[in-house]
Design a protein around this ligand. Structure first.
Ligand code: ZN
Length: 193
């Protein structure tokens, strides 16, 4: 098989050179409205060819391999000694898997407890390629299907405008659930999406 990143021969999803390269991140931080923090591992430009797999069946393997290098190592940055829930944003399955569920699954530690099928968008609207005005006037309309017991980390694959994360945070807070921060794979500038 071939490395998903460089297409060179590799027995694993990423060859050792690409694995090294993909491990060279420092956790970035983006501040949204109300000083809500979003931590990210990569810039979107750096991994967009990998994120594009999410619409294909190989996406499951690519995201799993990428999550092992990033989300699974989040405990090196943040290792709470109290219980926290990690919620996969809108983890409806697509092609038999959900990319946000895969990422969230890799956060699991003794104290970080992933939750699935908890926050689902009831709008089928796609934001890709749409302007800010459109995004603002067409909300995701999240429904809270389960109640987390602990303070929450929100998980998504990409932060662009941050509107989805803020909308998710809002509905949780309306239900008296504390939202600590969000964690995403990649940070994208709005104009390139
Ligand atoms: Zn490679």
């Amino acid at each position: 098989m071939r490395c998903f990143n460089c297409h060179g021969f590799s027995l694993t999803s990423f060859c050792s050179a690409c694995r090294e390269e993909l491990l060279e991140y420092s956790l970035g931080i983006r501040k949204l409205e109300g000083n809500f923090k979003v931590y990210y591992f990569y810039q979107y430009e750096q991994i967009k060819h990998l994120i594009h797999f999410k619409h294909k069946f190989q996406g499951y393997f690519v995201l799993n391999a990428l999550a092992k290098l990033s989300f699974a190592k989040f405990k090196d940055f943040f290792n709470p000694s109290y219980e926290i829930n990690a919620i996969a944003l809108d983890d409806k399955t697509y092609k038999d898997y959900s990319h946000t569920a895969i990422l969230t699954h890799h956060l699991k530690t003794k104290f970080i407890k992933p939750m699935y099928h908890t926050l689902q968008a009831s709008s089928e609207i796609k934001y890709s390629g749409k302007n800010l005005q459109f995004r603002k006037s067409n909300k995701r309309l999240y429904k809270l299907l389960k109640y987390p017991k602990y303070p929450v980390i929100l998980v998504d694959d990409i932060v662009t405008t941050g509107l989805s994360l803020l909308e998710a945070k809002e509905i949780l807070e309306k239900n008296n659930i504390e939202v600590l921060f969000a964690l995403v794979l990649a940070n994208a500038k709005f104009d390139i999406m």
